[in-house]
Design a protein around this ligand. Structure first.
Ligand code: ADP
Ligand code: MG
Length: 233
């Protein structure tokens, strides 16, 4: 079985001509089936750029990037859209729609599944909200929830459609310590129980304990893939 994420020699630059600036240099990275990998590194080291390439949110310039069996080099926009639907995304700010309830926000992620009736989508969304401890808050709008509760809705939404991979970009950055830990522990437990791999960007040292492996980036390169010690032993 091939790894859900497999990158080889990924190089990326922003800008044109004299302003062209390399932000990723020859990145090799893999995430195995069911693995939880944290990606750390200073601000500006290229973490978000790497995550958006893997999530097919940006087109690949050089190297090879295979995600859930799809090669993203020279992929069409249609192929990238189809791949994005198989990935659960969680961002730093919750990205929920303010005029929809928690339940409706989660149910929206199920809309691509044309076979599901509206009632069934809402029921499944309710079950997921219960799984993240929000059974009593399903009918609230995002503004009526705390930051930690909103991120828990984001976790439920990211997992709703049965993704093959979860990509999270600093999901605890806007949260205090306790609610940040609660959110990532819920994410870890839900993903584990479903065998879904996670690639999570963070520079929050308080959540490193959820990882199977911690990968460190610096200036566009991977300086530690978290395998060094294990491979030697
Ligand atoms: P990180 O997530 O580790 O902070 P980013 O991937 O956001 O790093 O950014 C890496 C570098 O690329 C930074 O120098 C940043 O300023 C630059 N950068 C990020 N996005 C863009 C963009 N859309 N256009 C131009 N430069 C960008
Ligand atoms: Mg970033």
């Amino acid at each position: 079985m091939t790894a859900p994420v497999l990158l080889r020699g990924v190089t990326h630059a922003y800008g044109e001509g004299d302003l062209r600036k390399a932000v990723l240099r020859d990145v090799d990275l893999s995430v195995a089936e069911g693995e939880i990998v944290l990606l750390t590194g200073p601000s500006g080291s290229g973490k978000t750029t790497l995550l958006t390439l893997i999530g097919a949110l940006r087109s690949l310039q050089a190297g090879s990037c295979r995600v859930l069996g799809e090669e993203l080099r020279d992929a069409t926009e249609g192929a990238r859209v189809r791949l994005r639907r198989r990935i659960g995304f969680i961002f730093q700010h919750h990205n929920l729609l303010g005029f929809l309830t928690a339940r409706q926000n989660v149910a929206m992620a199920l809309e691509q599944d044309g076979d599901l009736a509206e009632r069934e989508r809402l029921a499944r969304a309710g079950a997921l909200l219960a799984a993240v401890g929000l059974a009593d808050h399903a009918e609230k709008l995002p503004a009526q929830l705390s930051g930690g509760q909103r991120q828990r809705v984001s976790v439920a939404r990211a997992l709703a459609a049965g993704p093959g991979l979860v990509l999270a970009d600093e999901p605890t950055a806007a949260l205090d310590r306790a609610s940040g830990q609660e959110v990532v522990h819920l994410l870890r437990d839900l993903a584990r129980s479903r065998g879904v791999p996670i690639l999570l960007v963070t520079h929050d040292p308080r959540i490193l304990d959820i990882a199977d492996r911690v990968v460190a980036m610096e200036d566009g390169r991977i300086v530690d893939d978290g395998r060094g010690a294990a491979a030697a032993g």
